[in-house]
Design a protein around this ligand. Structure first.
Ligand code: EPU
Length: 360
């Protein structure tokens, strides 16, 4: 069979028709709450749905935009693509060994529900990643991370369907090429990546046994000092992370946002020394390879952006790294604000901030 032909022959004639909606307002489907219209939106509940779509006479070959929870997306216009809403459900324990619990979840499961469910089942390990908005399928795309833990630290493998051939592939951590808020799914084909080329359907997580808390992050150290509890259980770490996040980060259900809007930039030791010489207060974290990660929130705050707005897009009052929708913001307003922030940070520190979300 030609590698580039959709696997239409594999589809059972009795399969239900694809669920396709026309002219869908995406406002409720992206956590920024930006209004944009999907001319065609296809609900993907299974791998077979992807293959049915690829065999579809009208939409099979059209450009496609994969939408999970829409929590890492800025819609600056109506997407010029067929929007695929990933709704693959299911969660189960695949294996339990002396070393780990291996859990498998559908890409359309809500990430925070997965974290809560694993804890309730007695399989701890994801508690530091509580309350991160979005779906399980989106988690590997940007290698979500918080409070000293990244998805890659708990990752086993994932299944993804090739959006040209319809074939399912299983990728391990190495194939996913995880980096800081980065993976193979964020890079174009020209760059050796899979962006826009595949749809993640299932994610498998490895939760190591015996459980060991991850408590190195400053905010968690503070919690331990405040409570006097230096040996918290997983449920306590979960509660602490939820409390810390709620104090700093806006709830997308109340105020539209995509979490951190920019990545924390990584600079050379010389560049950092130079900046410290001028701004001794700068928040920075030396990395094992000799480079230094700077707190983008601090840089933006230092440029006076906290609480400011451009049109209906603003900078959150309690965390300058988070851009918010003050009500009815357009994607263009968000992008204008983001550019203005990038320019002022570059003007003062000579550092180019890189956006974390995908801008369509
Ligand atoms: N800071 C300021 N002013 C601000 C914001 C931050 O001075 O307006 C300072 C803080 O005082 C702190 C430092 O900057 O000393 C870092 O701030 P914080 O601990 O809030 O973390 P962050 O670096 O801003 C990162 C992740 C978050 C993650 C937290 C906790 C990135 C881009 N962001 O934020 O991830 O929750 O650490 O681990 O790496 C996300 O990716 O969407 C996200 C929310």
């Amino acid at each position: 069979m030609d590698q580039n032909q959709p696997m239409s022959a594999a589809i059972s004639p009795a399969a239900p028709p694809l669920a396709i909606d026309r002219d869908v307002n995406l406002r409720a489907l992206n956590s920024f709450g930006i209004a944009a219209t999907a001319r065609t939106l296809v609900h993907i509940g299974s791998e077979a749905d992807v293959r049915r779509l690829l065999a579809h006479p009208e939409h099979g070959r059209a450009p496609k935009l994969v939408l999970g929870g829409g929590s890492n997306l800025v819609l600056s216009r109506d997407p010029p693509a067929v929007v695929l809403r990933v709704e693959v459900k299911g969660r189960r324990l695949l294996a339990e060994t002396a070393e780990a619990w291996i859990v498998e979840v559908g890409a359309g499961e809500v990430w925070h529900d997965v974290v809560q469910w694993t804890l309730e089942q007695g399989w701890p390990g994801l508690e530091n990643l509580a309350l991160i908005p979005g779906t399980a399928g989106a988690a590997p795309v940007q290698n979500i991370g918080a409070y000293g833990l990244e998805l890659k630290d708990r990752f086993e493998s994932l299944d993804a369907v090739d959006l040209v051939t319809g074939r399912t592939v299983t990728l391990d951590a190495r194939a996913c090429a995880f980096g800081y808020r980065d993976s193979v799914f964020k890079h174009d084909a020209a760059d050796g990546g899979l962006a826009g080329k595949s749809l993640i359907t299932r994610v498998r997580l490895r939760l190591p046994r015996p459980w060991q808390p991850v408590l190195g992050y400053l905010d968690l150290q503070r919690r331990m000092a405040e409570t006097g509890n230096h040996a918290p259980d997983a449920r306590t770490v979960f509660d602490w992370v939820c409390t810390i996040r709620r104090a700093k980060l806006p709830d997308p259900a109340q105020i539209g946002n995509v979490g951190s809007f920019f990545k924390n930039p990584i600079v050379s030791a010389e560049q950092c020394r130079d900046i410290i010489g001028r701004d001794p207060e700068i928040v920075h974290y030396p990395l094992p390879d000799g480079t230094v990660k700077l707190a983008a929130g601090w840089l933006i705050d230092a440029c006076g952006w906290k609480g400011k707005s451009v049109g209906r897009a603003g900078v959150y009052e309690r965390q300058a790294l988070v851009l918010v929708n003050r009500g009815g913001a357009s994607g263009a307003e968000v992008v204008t604000l983001a550019r203005a922030i990038q320019e002022s940070v570059y003007g003062r520190f000579g550092i180019r901030l890189e956006p974390e979300p995908v801008i369509v």
